[in-house]
Ligand binder design. Structure first.
Ligand code: DOR
Ligand code: ZN
Length: 352
């Protein structure tokens, strides 16, 4: 679209992140500064403890986020409500009227970090989904079943069969994003759906597979949910991301946890990627020989799905290898970011 690509420089439209965890309190100082450096907007996940369930809570959270934004920066948080069994359909009207809520997030209860208040049976929220379908508010899915007896590597594929397929039949007009897809089944299901169905893809699922988590020793900093899958799935995701289909767009799922919560006998799920988010995607697209597809994936397909304008500013990257830090900060705690100490080939040189 508006890519300028030479051997050593790449200029794209300023990107947005359609799936991000900022956390709350002192952590906001780091997470908000990081995302605001290169990105224009981000869909902000509501899985705080307690979760962001109402429009009023989202308004307060948004103010705390904006207070942490660097002076003179105009990055925008796009707020999301956390769906529970008890969310009233009227909350959707309040969300729409707010002007700052752009989606509703469905966590199956118990699926991941702070999902205990999530939905126990999707049929319980059908009246809410009905209202969302009517007013065009997107539903964002953490697409994994939670049954203890289902293998962790199969939970996304089983979710498609049991929950997503029936949901698409029941609500053909509902806008749905299957978040952070990790399998060939998801890529294929989304590609075969209509324009109401889309998916986000993270940098870790493009750059890594489960060997990077488990082979030669457990690497807790590569543990996230849905868990990394085998390399054939990684390949399917790379193909989807670089396919130039408007149904696949950038969502980092950058999810910070302090170092001691990751390097732990029961470590937290989540990879922090906003120390180098667009550079990590550039790395993955470059390896696939598809740098010319990054602009659409990072900067055009997301706004088009959400019905928002494309950003005006540009961002330029240059082929200039640099080494990522071994640690960064999260509030007052040390944190090991994704791809720590590794070398990336592309660096941002200019964001107007
Ligand atoms: O790895 C993850 N971390 N997956 C999620 O779904 C949640 C996230 C978090 O909030 O830490
Ligand atoms: Zn997430």
């Amino acid at each position: 679209m508006s890519t300028t690509l030479t051997l050593d420089t790449l200029t794209i439209t300023q990107p947005d992140d359609w799936h991000l965890h900022l956390r709350d309190g002192p952590a906001l100082h780091h997470t908000v500064s990081d995302v605001a450096r290169h990105f224009a907007r981000a869909i902000v996940m509501p899985n705080l403890a307690p979760p962001v369930i109402t429009t009023a809570q989202a308004a307060d959270y948004r103010e705390r986020i904006l207070a942490a934004r660097p002076k003179g920066n105009d990055w925008q948080p796009l707020m999301v409500l956390y769906l529970t069994d008890n969310t009233p359909a009227d909350e959707i009207d309040r969300a729409i009227n707010s002007g700052f809520i752009h989606a509703i997030k469905y966590y199956p209860a118990g699926a991941t970090t702070n999902s205990d208040s999530g939905v126990t049976d999707i049929k319980k929220v059908y009246p809410v989904l009905e209202r969302m379908q009517k007013c065009g508010l997107p539903l964002l899915l953490h697409g994994e079943v939670t049954d203890a007896h289902i293998d962790i590597f199969d939970r996304e594929a089983v979710f498609i069969e049991r929950t997503l397929n029936p949901l698409c039949v029941q609500f053909p007009g509902l806008k749905i994003v299957l978040e952070h897809i990790t399998t060939a089944q998801s890529a294929q299901f989304v590609a075969s759906g209509g324009e109401n169905l889309a998916a986000t893809i993270t940098p870790q699922h493009l750059l890594y597979n489960r060997n990077d988590l488990l082979a030669g020793g457990i690497r807790p900093h590569n543990y996230c949910l849905p868990i990394l899958k085998r390399s054939s799935h990684q390949q399917a995701l790379i193909e989807a991301a670089t396919s130039d289909s408007g149904q696949f767009f950038l969502g980092t799922d950058s999810a910070p946890h302090p170092q001691n919560k990751k390097e732990n006998a029961c470590g937290c799920a989540g990879c922090y990627s906003h120390h180098a988010a667009i550079e990590l995607y550039a790395e993955a697209f470059d390896r696939a020989g598809a740098l010319d597809k990054l602009d659409n994936f990072a900067s055009h397909f997301g706004p088009s799905f959400y019905g928002l304008p494309v950003n005006q500013k540009k961002l330029t990257l240059r082929r200039a290898p640099w080494q990522l830090p071994a640690t960064t900060q999260l509030g007052g705690d040390p944190m090991v970011p994704f791809y720590a100490s590794e070398t990336l080939q592309w660096a941002v040189v200019d964001g107007e």
